[in-house]
Design a binder for this molecule. Structure first.
Ligand code: F0G
Length: 463
């Protein structure tokens, strides 16, 4: 435990490398051409034209030696595989929920869950829906209502738990629209609000409201371990508690969860649904068989379930979580020192650049955050993702006017156990350069879009 030695402050990567994957260094001219070919949508870039890929922390992590070893133990039996039972036991011990359904990733679990709970006339409250969650809720005809703490609106307030649910707003909604609400959801950490954690006090208060109004409570727990780390770090009364214990307690406050295991499951593909209520088992399992696969593999191979069982156990390792939080904060502080406005405090999996503060005069229909994301790619081959009007705004079909998103952010998400401090330092340099040359950024317009999740496929062009 080198951290215990107060003489040394550097938090080193708590692993050494056993295998390497080359990264690519296209020239600035090649990147400029690639941007045009990609229609200024970074999702359309070929990965070999990206130098540092911070598009997402989802499915992009490096597995450990134990996980690679576990792959060989995968039991690929169609039914009753030992790998499933191992995975099921790990999830049951972590969450306390008896029923566990594997899915190929988080949105497949969302499809099943909201296929059951959603439908026209229904309202699903959440501290903030992630984009796929919102899309699945809305796809059923239900309304996805975000109720983030008012603190989340200010990107500069250094509050400890900006991921919290607005309890007053939830109470009001539950009072006024009681009949229409089938389930209350909380996303830990709150990705759409900046990877910000939710406090245990907030989870307990949501639980109390759910009890009072007799509603089930579900966690979108993709980043449950990072959330637990911040609770230990920031919430009074938790500083000496095991992170694993905090995570277990959080799950036990809710009635169920869905998890994109591509984040804190430390795997490249996977997800699951888990819950307490036996009456949910039949409808959800039937949906699983129809859409994903037999209940003992869901949408996954036996080997995936083995790797996930190990990942879910490794992720609450405190050396790992300390390094992870410190890497994100290092990136954030470096960018801020270089003149790039950033969302604060720094969250669990990413640094969010605040394009509205960098480019205060830009209207939403110039897509300032997308323009910033394109500039980071053009100048340094760094790929992030826009979380602003491209992702969450809408074009009025009659007038063509953009409804703006509340914030214009670029998320730089750190894949787990992949990049070293030198990579992060390089990103800081690129961000600093772009901030200093912000007057050269090119405003964009949408030239083609699809009705749902438009940011994945939209075509843009310079104005
Ligand atoms: N919920 C949250 C909070 C997420 O962040 C994601 C995915 C999902 C659900 C959906 O899971 O991708 O496995 O289907 N987030 C990724 C991201 C894509 O980049 O933040 P999935």
């Amino acid at each position: 435990m080198f951290h215990a030695d107060p003489r040394f402050r550097t938090v080193i990567e708590p692993f050494r490398l056993k295998m390497v994957e080359p990264i690519h260094f296209p020239s600035r001219d090649e990147r400029a051409r690639a941007l045009v070919d990609a229609n200024y949508n970074l999702f359309n870039l070929y990965s070999e034209l990206v130098t540092i890929d911070l598009l997402t922390d989802s499915g992009t992590g490096a597995m450990s030696t134990e996980q690679w070893a576990a792959l060989l133990r995968g039991d690929e039996s169609y039914a009753g595989a030992t790998s499933f039972r191992k995975f099921e036991r790990v999830v049951q011990e972590l969450t306390g929920y008896p029923y566990v359904l594997p899915t190929h990733q988080g949105r497949a679990a969302e499809h099943l869950l909201f296929g059951h709970f959603g439908g026209p006339g229904k309202i699903i409250p959440n501290n903030s829906h992630f984009d796929t969650t919102r899309a699945h809720v809305e796809h059923t005809g239900a309304v996805a209502t975000d109720l983030p703490t008012p603190l989340a609106a200010d990107t500069q307030v250094e509050a400890a738990f900006k991921g919290d649910m607005d309890l007053k707003a939830l109470e009001k909604l539950l009072t006024e629209k009681h009949e229409q609400i089938p389930v209350v959801c909380v996303t830990i950490t709150n990705n759409a609000a900046g990877g910000q954690p939710v406090s245990m006090a907030n989870l307990r208060a949501v639980r109390a409201l759910c009890d009072r109004f007799k509603k089930p409570m579900f966690l979108d727990a993709a980043r449950f371990a990072e959330n637990a780390w911040f609770v230990r770090d920031r919430e009074p009364g938790y500083s000496t508690m095991d992170v694993r214990q905090i995570a277990e307690d959080a799950f036990r406050l809710a009635d169920g969860c869905w998890v994109s295991a591509k984040k804190d499951g430390l795997v490249n593909i996977g997800g699951f649904l888990a819950f307490k209520d036996e009456s949910l088992l039949d409808p959800l399992r039937n949906g699983l068989i129809l859409n994903e696969g037999f209940p003992t593999y869901g949408g996954l191979a036996g080997r995936d379930l083995e790797a996930l069982a190990v990942g879910l156990t490794e992720v609450t390792d405190e050396d790992y979580l300390r390094y992870r939080a410190r890497s994100v904060a290092w990136l954030g502080k470096g960018l801020e020192a270089g003149g790039m406005p950033v969302l604060k405090p720094f969250g669990g999996h990413a640094v969010y650049l605040d394009a509205k503060r960098l480019l205060p005069d830009w209207p939403a229909d110039h897509f300032p955050a997308q323009a910033l994301a394109c500039a980071l790619y053009l100048e340094g081959g760094v790929r992030g993702v826009e979380i602003g009007t491209l992702m969450f705004g809408k074009t009025d079909p009659a007038t063509g006017v953009q409804s703006p998103a509340p914030r214009e952010l670029v998320r730089l998400a750190l894949p787990r156990r992949v990049y070293t401090q030198a990579h992060v330092d390089y990103v800081i340099e690129v961000g600093t350069w772009v901030a200093r040359h912000k007057h050269e950024l090119q405003p964009l317009k949408i030239v083609k879009e699809s009705p749902a999740l438009r940011h994945f496929t939209a075509h843009l062009a310079p104005r």
